[in-house]
Design a protein around this ligand. Sequence first.
Ligand SMILES: [Zn+2]
Length: 151
Amino acid sequence: MPPTKAPRGLNDRRRQMMAAAVADIIRGGLEDGAPSKFAFEAPIRQAIRSRLCLRGKLWSEADLIAGDVVARGLALVGAVRPTWAEGQPDYVQLGAGAQIERTRCVRCHKPLPGEHTKFCGTLCAKAYHMRLARLHNFNDERAYDTAARLS
Ligand SMILES: [Zn+2]
């Protein structure tokens, strides 16, 4: 087995520079309508970890470094993790954790039948979730591509 070249280390200064770039990606995402400062946490961490692995770092070491860089980036934008209740899709800021009482389908806006609480049926539910998944994938790929150029 040929000897592998030791990967370039990421000192504190380099991590801080990458964290500043991560903060820029997060701010850009917010300007483009991302729902929170944490929206691109996973694809950014994945991109940085992937690049470090390709440069010879062990996955576990690369993941720790990527996690540290992303945590620093989130701190730079003042990100504070929400409580579990605040993280739920139906949470609104009106009052203390008030929830929206829906009477109409989220997708087609027809009155909700019987016990349904969000969609009029499985067709609307599936179409809605597929559209959301496509949107998330598009935004995640953009964040990933930008973060992959950092490391
Ligand atoms: Zn519907």
